[in-house]
Design a protein around this ligand. Structure first.
Ligand SMILES: NC(=O)c1ccc[n+]([C@@H]2O[C@H](COP(=O)([O-])OP(=O)(O)OC[C@H]3O[C@@H](n4cnc5c(N)ncnc54)[C@H](OP(=O)(O)O)[C@@H]3O)[C@@H](O)[C@H]2O)c1
Length: 348
């Protein structure tokens, strides 16, 4: 079988580099072009040194992109929506890793992104990119909008509870702790080493854009509220989401075991992590580095109707490149796990 010819727009960044790491070893993929405006003509391994001896490709400009089967967009916010018609002429299929096409409603987009969408007519043409929720739609999709990393963690943590209507819809509190690679490869005052190192910084206590995705995917026709805060911590990769939910009826831990097993037992990339002993009793980002897993655990508060749901991913993998490749596999009818079947490191 001929290989699928794919290119990456925005391949010098963190998600683009991680994607290339995966694509180069996928048995059904040929990587045609990888773009960077700042590094045109440079060997890719000079920017992504982990790929030395894995590729001799050089960066192209985005304006030199040639026709291919599928284009991955790893560009900053705004680029995809402004140039989508141009990109559609390059590739029949597109997977966009930015937030440009994640929300279905242009008013919601304006509310959370604080400006008008420049191509609102296309919002409904993209399939929202969490395979565990939209697998069937992805199989026929031409356009997929990969989900936000914090949103992925939160949605997967809470999906079974919202789907079954088991929790109070307006009381959920989500606190995510995130690593620095979430911010991309451009340095800023806040990423300057003396300012970032050792910090625990509450950078988005309210109004994080990913809240909108979480509400969109968990509402199931009801009005729900999700109270989301994000804190950056001293870690390069990884997200830990601690979600506080309040059940409508008294539930026991065995009920949640049953529920999470029902939804996730057959999911190749979701693991229920809840041990009674040892140090790894709940999900931990460090163990997920470089993998496409989402680990989910939970604990009942014996003194109230609160459960704490804990979930973790690698933001550049299940939160970006890995999830995008999972979607790619579904689009083309390959085994969903192709190119993603590896555990993390221990110790690390
Ligand atoms: N980081 C994460 O954890 C994460 C997770 C999920 C989704 N995302 C989303 O994925 C997208 C990429 O994120 P990232 O972290 O990989 O960002 P990044 O590290 O800043 O990389 C951005 C890429 O876009 C290119 N680029 C920038 N401006 C451009 C322009 N005007 N025209 C053409 N190319 C341009 C850059 O190339 P140059 O070499 O030319 O600068 C670079 O390759 C973002 O929309 C982000 O929100 C990120």
């Amino acid at each position: 079988m001929n290989k699928i010819k794919v290119s990456i727009a925005g391949g010098s960044g963190y998600t683009g580099g991680e994607l290339l790491r995966l694509l180069l070893f996928h048995p059904n993929i040929e990587v045609a072009q990888v773009t960077s405006e700042a590094n045109v003509g440079k060997f890719i391994y000079k920017i992504h040194p982990n790929l030395r001896k894995s590729t001799q490709l050089k960066f192209s400009s985005i304006n030199e992109l040639e026709k291919c089967d599928l284009l991955f967009l790893c560009l900053p916010h705004g680029s995809s929506m402004n140039r989508i018609e141009e990109f559609k002429n390059i590739a029949e299929r597109i997977i966009d890793l930015s937030g440009d096409f994640r929300l279905k409603d242009k008013e919601e987009f304006k509310k959370w992104y604080h400006h008008e969408h420049t191509n609102p007519a296309m919002l409904n043409e993209f399939v929202y990119g969490i395979p565990e929720l939209h697998r069937e739609k992805m199989k026929n999709a031409k356009l997929i909008s990969s989900a936000g990393c914090n949103a992925t963690t939160s949605i997967l943590a809470l999906y079974p509870l919202y789907k079954e209507g088991l929790i109070e819809e307006d009381r959920t509190v989500i606190e995510v702790k995130v690593g620095s690679s979430e911010g991309g490869n451009k340095s800023s005052d806040s990423s300057h080493h003396p300012e970032r190192s050792g910090s625990v910084r509450s950078y988005m206590p309210v109004q994080h854009r990913h809240t909108a995705e979480i509400i969109q995917e968990l509402s199931f026709g009801k009005k729900i509220e999700v109270h989301f805060s994000a804190t950056s911590i001293d870690m390069v990769r990884g997200i830990l989401a601690t979600c506080h939910v309040f059940t409508k009826q008294p539930l026991e831990e065995k009920d949640l075991w049953k529920l999470y097993r029902k939804y996730y037992n057959d999911e190749p990339f979701i693991r229920i992590v809840k041990e009674n002993e040892g140090i790894y009793r709940y999900p931990e980002p460090k163990l997920l580095i470089g993998t496409n897993y989402c680990d989910i655990g939970f604990k009942k508060d014996e003194f109230s109707n609160r459960f704490v749901i804990i979930a973790s991913i690698d933001n550049l993998m299940k939160g970006a490149a890995g999830q995008a490749l999972q979607a790619f596999n579904l689009m083309y009818g390959f085994n969903e796990t192709t190119g993603l079947e590896f555990p993390g490191f221990h110790p690390i």
